[in-house]
Design a protein around this ligand. Structure first.
Ligand code: ZN
Length: 154
C-alpha cells in the first residue's frame, strides 16, 4: 500500500476511527443491505428522501475493513442534501474512477477522489464500491442483499 498517498491514508484512518453518519435512521424510507463476501464487509444503509427527491438524511451500519467503512462514511457525507439524480451521477463517476475506466470524469467527486488509488488493487475495488452499490439498491428499493460477488458488480 506504499504508493497510496498520505492524504488517502489519513482520510481512511480518520473515517475508520470515527465514521460519520453511523447508526440507525428510524425515519428512513429506503433501505438496503450489502455484502462483500471476498472481504467479509457488511453494510446496512438507510436513506430518508423527501417529496422532491432530496436525500435529507443517510446513515449506515455494518462491519468490515477500513476501506469499506471509510468509503461508506465518506459517501454519506457526499450524498447528504443531494438529489437522488445527483447521487446516481456521483455513483457513476466513483464507479468509473475505481474501475480505472478510460476518460472517467471526476467533476462531482471532491474528496472521494482519494479512492482513485484502489484501482490498482482489484480486491479493494469491491470494498470501496460496496457502499455505493448498496446505496443504488436502496434508492431502487431492491429487497435482495447486494453482493459484490454476483457478477453484476466489479
Ligand atoms: Zn473490505
Amino acid at each position: 500500500m506504499s504508493d497510496f498517498s498520505d492524504l488517502y491514508q489519513d482520510l481512511i484512518l480518520d473515517h475508520q476511527k470515527s465514521p460519520r453518519n453511523f447508526g440507525d435512521l428510524p425515519e428512513a424510507n429506503h433501505h438496503a443491505d450489502g455484502f462483500n463476501p471476498l472481504c467479509g464487509d457488511k453494510i446496512t444503509l438507510s436513506l430518508k428522501t423527501d417529496e422532491k427527491g432530496i436525500i435529507q438524511d443517510i446513515r449506515f451500519k455494518g462491519s468490515g475493513c477500513a476501506i469499506s467503512k471509510a468509503s461508506a462514511s465518506m459517501m454519506t457525507m457526499a450524498l447528504k442534501g443531494k438529489k437522488t439524480e445527483e447521487a446516481e451521477k456521483i455513483f457513476t463517476q466513483f464507479h468509473d474512477m475505481v474501475m480505472g475506466k478510460e476518460g472517467a470524469k471526476t467533476t462531482e467527486l471532491g474528496k472521494l477522489k482519494v479512492f482513485a488509488g484502489v484501482r490498482e488493487y482489484p480486491a479493494r475495488v469491491k470494498c470501496a464500491s460496496l457502499a455505493w452499490h448498496t446505496m443504488e439498491a436502496a434508492l431502487h428499493d431492491e429487497k435482495n442483499v447486494v453482493s459484490t460477488d454476483d457478477g453484476s458488480t466489479p
